[in-house]
Design a protein around this ligand. Structure first.
Ligand SMILES: [Zn+2]
Length: 273
């Protein structure tokens, strides 16, 4: 697999790559981030059909099937409509600088009398069900798994994109649109995926826990800044950046009026989760 004129192309005849065009796209972009999604759909084919439909007003650069097959729909230097209203750290409007990868997966499943159903009422066997807690939620719930071939294919594509574009970050849709989106969810191994991609040794390097009660979350890196919220011991936060002993973090499992909660915490009040 290689990238030629902003499109994937085969280097081996055994690779399964195709291009299906869509009108759901915008002007040129310079991608610097990758956003991982699940389709919440019935199949890769049905998701591709939907992304071709002008009424969908949605698309992605790539759709990856459960067998690892890759379908590209938008050139990597053009805007796809996958992120919606989005924000991470101090950036917003991710469609303007990110590549969207959709993994075929029905998403969250509902358990009824020991059987598992998607939102579109299809039943799935127990062996595809992952029982896990979403990082934005308190309770454990049920999620459809991703296949190894699908994750491997996604990894190979991300690696190739990093070689061809100045990719700085790989995030989930749930990171840039928390409380509105829950994909790719806990069945996707995001921490180890990113660690492997960026060559980080510690695959949980990004998550910290608050070590005391009533810890101040502030608008800036210093005690002179305004307090946004107070966090309890063991609250998990995701590291975004640091400045003179203070950490700018994203608070997991907590929001204010549906808005993601970001702020500065003194580094001495955090430890690796
Ligand atoms: Zn999404």
């Amino acid at each position: 697999m290689k990238i030629l004129n902003n499109k994937l192309s085969k280097t081996l005849s055994s690779e399964s790559i195709s291009f299906v065009s869509t009108p759901n796209k915008g002007g040129e972009i310079i991608p610097d981030s990758i956003i991982i999604h699940f389709t919440a759909g019935r199949s890769a084919e049905s998701s591709v059909e939907w992304f071709k439909n002008p009424e969908a007003k949605a698309s992605a650069h790539l759709v990856i099937d459960r067998d690892g097959k890759v379908i590209q729909m938008v050139e990597f230097n053009h805007k796809a409509w996958h992120a919606g209203v989005s924000r991470w750290s101090d950036r917003s409007g991710f469609n303007n600088f990110s590549i969207g990868i959709e993994l075929d997966n029905p998403g969250r499943l509902t358990k009824v009398n020991d059987r598992f159903y998607s939102w579109f009422k299809k039943e799935y066997p127990k062996d595809v069900v992952v029982e896990a807690r979403h990082k934005h939620e308190q309770e454990i719930s049920y999620w459809h798994n991703f296949t190894d071939r699908q994750i491997e294919s996604c990894f190979n594509v991300c690696k190739l994109l990093m070689e061809n574009y100045n990719i700085q970050e790989v995030l989930g849709h749930e990171d840039i649109a928390p409380f509105r989106k829950n994909d790719p969810g806990p069945a996707f191994p995001m921490e180890s995926f990113r660690a492997k991609l960026f060559g980080r040794e510690d695959d949980t390097a990004d998550v910290y826990k608050v070590t005391a009660n009533q810890v101040n979350l502030r608008t800036g890196a210093g005690t002179e800044f305004q307090i946004i919220d107070k966090l309890q011991s063991d609250t998990k936060v995701e590291f975004v950046k640091s400045k003179s002993g203070w950490f700018y973090v994203y608070v997991l499992s907590k929001n204010i009026d549906g808005e993601p909660l970001y702020g500065w915490i003194n580094g001495s009040l955090l430890r690796k989760a």
